[in-house]
Design a protein around this ligand. Structure first.
Ligand code: GAL
Length: 691
């Protein structure tokens, strides 16, 4: 056994160092960041390609992105491939020094495929079978779909895998978890369950609690995909279904990746996820070199600051995605960033002048190795006609967003002349490094049993994240696979599903000097979503140094109050009334109702570390802000106090300050630092870079 572990460790270390070696070649520190743009040669007259690539190059782009939705052109008839047109596009791009990201086009099967093999089409819960004529209508759970897709991908990889003009691969497009009721998905679900429960239907019955309401199964063949919209559907079953559905997407991507890697020489493989934290499942395809995301900032959402905030976007939308994607593999890319107006929003306003450049710098600030924009030309036909590009409908006039890309790329080129290594970051910044522990399964589980309609898991997480960004802290959003000891503070918000192994890891982390923050709803259930047969939430009592007496949920129009250090805070979504142990300090207590005076927030010292337990979710995040401020000051961790809308990060020896707020912000330049881009008085949508 020991030998096995040793071998595995050696193997992993080998694989890791091979990856970091490659990373140095793919994304050398001296490049800082590389910029690219989507181009669909098949949409345009071939006589225009050269003109377009030349202008792309002149604007400063370094790579382009091909064949994302081109399966019909790559394989016009089953088994008949045509890569000649793509070869010509790759050659012309190379003439203008543009490298190419090649794509696997599995989001758009050709019509022959859907007509000849209709079994590959996704079936929705209400029975609707999706059809050809849009995209993303093929079922990842269909073995036949996979087989046909892999044939095409293998041909493409054989053709381009050893081509130095191709830098890397994007698999599929925005691969989501499919809630697909295709009969093949149902068969797949049964196989998944047989494997998970070792063919033992009793084990499944116990995990799903099927004694309740006569739900007991006598064989796996009786199991169907759970109807998510049916009231009171067994939520243990739904939890397993979501795991299964997530697995379909991750294994489809992983198999594509392994296939490409058979042929790919020095090319990276990634995919472009929508950062969908609550519903999605990001990071499951282990063989991908790194993950990329797509992000759209202005689409009519009202989450920006001030009257014109909808033209700038949510100040932490890119930051959170950066901090989520980067820790998965240590690096990440941004595959799509909007260049201007989109066409699919509720309202599709113009971004504020400067906003596109602000987003580009936000991507850079998070440590990304590349940024790519969707798309070069505004489409003249098809679903996305009103979508902006880097150039407008004439194919040549550079849009305002296009000019902001050009400016950004020029700024980066100037900075490259005097680059520092990517990890060159000041000590006081690293001292406040904090991790947020996140598992999609907690939000899947809570979502089916919210208990209070106003509860919102991501809004709860955001209350902590927002304050960390106000501290100017580098934040990693991590999964349980990561080593906790790398972080002085680890926050696990509303971590509902736990097991003994996790509790021991938390305990060891704290005993060795870590500072753990656990929040309400943590530790209630096991990984099947069952409550423990023990006093409520007692599995973590030794850690928290408190017990939960009971919990209460209130009407939003009549919130309760919690007091800490003479200040009061409103709450309504979730409040746990705590009983502190003898070594536990009470930081905040309820001030009304029949539980007036009962603790809501406690701090417990354990071994060399601490556990702060926040048993309540405040309405506006001010309690979370003040608890973290008190904690970091108790721990002597130096923090900043940036207003909401302003963030600061470091990379490559550069400090980057971004202003998403509706007022100018005067930044105090740290001693000995010099401004390289912008001014210390940073306007709305402005950027300051200093060294
Ligand atoms: C993305 C998608 C792209 C394009 C874009 C339009 O979500 O991945 O293919 O449709 O939206 O904004």
């Amino acid at each position: 056994m020991k030998r096995f572990i040793l071998l595995t460790l050696c193997f992993c270390a080998g694989a890791l160092s091979a990856f970091s070696q490659n990373k140095k070649v793919w994304f050398p520190d001296k490049d800082l960041i590389q910029a690219g743009v989507y181009y669909y040669p098949e949409h345009w007259n071939e006589s225009q390609w050269e003109r377009d690539f030349k202008q792309m190059h002149d604007l400063g782009f370094e790579f382009t992105h091909f064949a994302e939705f081109a399966w019909a052109q790559l394989e016009p008839q089953e088994g008949k491939y045509d890569f000649a047109w793509l070869d010509r596009a790759v050659a012309l791009a190379a003439k203008y020094k543009l490298k190419v990201v090649m794509c696997t086009s599995t989001a758009t099967p050709p019509v022959w495929l859907s007509r000849k093999y209709p079994e590959i089409l996704i079936k929705e819960e209400d029975g609707t079978v999706l059809d050809h004529g849009a995209r993303q209508h093929a079922s990842f759970a269909s073995p036949l779909y996979r087989e046909l897709a892999f044939k095409m991908i293998e041909k493409l990889a054989q053709h381009y895998g050893n081509d130095s003009r191709i830098i890397g691969w994007q698999l599929d497009n925005e691969p989501a978890v499919q809630f697909d009721f295709n009969p093949k998905a149902e068969l797949g679900f049964r196989d998944f369950l047989k494997k998970k429960y070792n063919n033992d239907i009793k084990a499944l019955n116990s995990a799903w609690g099927t004694a309740f309401w006569s739900e007991t199964y006598s064989s796996f063949d009786e199991i169907t995909l759970p109807k998510m919209r049916q009231m009171f559907m067994n939520h243990h079953q739904i939890l397993d279904y979501r795991r299964f559905a997530a697995e379909q997407t991750t294994s489809f991507l992983n198999d594509q990746c392994l296939l490409i890697k058979k042929y790919a020489k020095n090319q990276w493989v990634t995919t472009n996820y929508i950062p969908s934290y609550e519903d999605g499942h990001i990071g499951g395809s282990k063989d991908l070199d790194f993950l990329s995301y797509t992000r759209y900032m202005v689409y009519g959402g009202k989450d920006g600051i001030g009257r014109r905030g909808y033209r700038v976007g949510d100040p932490l939308r890119i930051a959170f995605a950066n901090d989520f994607f980067r820790p998965i593999k240590g690096t990440y890319g941004v595959m799509e960033l909007q260049p201007g107006q989109v066409n699919w929003g509720s309202i599709n306003p113009q971004p504020l002048p400067g906003a596109v450049r602000l987003w580009l710098w936000s991507v850079f600030a998070g440590g990304s190795d590349f940024v790519c924009t969707y798309r070069y030309r505004q489409p003249l036909y098809g679903t996305e006609q009103y979508h902006y590009g880097i150039v407008g409908s004439d194919g040549v006039t550079v849009t305002p967003g296009g000019k902001e890309y050009q400016q950004f790329m020029q700024e980066i080129k100037n900075l490259r002349k005097k680059y520092s290594p990517r990890e060159d970051k000041p000590k006081e910044y690293l001292a406040r490094k904090t991790a947020i522990l996140f598992n999609h399964e907690n939000s899947w589980s809570i979502d089916r049993q919210k208990q209070n309609a106003t509860w919102n898991t991501m809004a709860h997480v955001d209350k902590y994240y927002r304050q960390l960004k106000a501290f100017g802290a580098p934040v990693d959003i991590i999964s349980e696979e990561k080593d906790f000891s790398a972080y002085p503070v680890l926050i696990a918000p509303a971590y509902q599903l736990i097991d003994e192994a996790l509790v021991s890891r938390w305990t060891e982390y704290v005993k060795n000097g870590g500072n753990l923050v656990l929040t309400c709803r943590t530790g209630h259930k096991d990984r099947n979503g069952r409550l423990f047969e023990a006093p409520f939430r007692s599995k973590i009592d030794n850690l928290t140094g408190n017990k939960v007496d009971f919990y209460d949920l209130l009407l939003p129009e009549d919130p309760g109050k919690v007091a800490m250090d003479g200040k009061k805070y409103n709450w309504n979504t979730w409040g746990e009334m705590l009983i502190p142990g003898k070594d536990t300090d009470v930081w905040a207590s309820y001030t009304d109702e029949f539980y007036e005076g009962k603790p809501a927030v406690t701090m417990h010292r354990l071994g060399k570390g601490t556990v702060t337990y926040v048993g309540v979710d405040s309405n506006d995040g001010t309690l979370e802000k003040d608890v973290l401020t008190k904690l970091y000051s108790t721990l002597n961790i130096p923090v900043m106090d940036l207003p909401y809308g302003v963030t600061m990060e470091y990379r490559n020896g550069l400090g980057i300050v971004l202003n998403y707020s509706d007022k100018p912000y005067e930044f105090q330049l740290p001693k000995g630092r010099k401004v390289l881009i912008g001014e210390t008085k940073i306007p709305t949508a402005g950027v300051l870079v200093f060294k």
